[in-house]
Design a protein around this ligand. Sequence first.
Ligand code: F6R
Length: 235
Amino acid sequence: MNHIVVKNYEDMSKQAAVIIASQILRKKNAIMGFATGSTPIGTYQELIRLYKEGILDFSAITSFNLDEYYGVPVTDTNSYRYFMEENLFSHVNIRKDATFVPSGMASDAQAECDRYEEMIQQAGGVDLQLLGIGHNGHIGFNEPDSHFPARTHLVELAQSTIEANARFYKTRDEVPKKAVTMGIGTIMKAKSVLLLAGGKDKADIVEKTIKGPITPAVPASILQLHQDVTIIQVL
Ligand code: F6R
């Protein structure tokens, strides 16, 4: 693992954007794996800046997002599709039909998960997967469990995740309790992984991810077995 410690959020965002930009510059039609959450917002702002300065061209890339809340329509401002439109897609020249976020509204969730997994493999697999990390070590919405889920699947969100997400809602009852997420196997198939962790409150889980035992109780610990992982951490 390549572990980079930076001073502040701005440095993390700049360094992450450089890694993503160099992937797109090396491979114009890269398959990108994107994440939502607070952590990558600054990185997306940097990528938008590089696009506006004429340095980056998104027109040939394809993107697959890690996850989406279940039962939340794309028009909902809390949906991850909405987040991606707001924070990246609508500001750059990415082709809308080349951006994929799992549907949280499919009546047959399993069929949607299988379709999403298949689409990623059909596209040739993800070149660079961007990740955040939950306080409990989740990546995507793969919560601590007794096994590492292989494929895209429907999950019940952990209580701690629901509590962390409550900051975006007026009442706790409104916070989604389920999500569709890429599996650990899906994430591990990405050629490169870039994990961003901001703040002292994530220091303990980053330590466990890097140095602790590889266990589904800390889902991110599986990344120790990936051959190309960069972690950028703000301390
Ligand atoms: C988001 C995702 C989650 C977040 C994680 C950290 O698509 O899959 O794993 O990356 O919950 O969220 P923030 O960045 O808000 O601390």
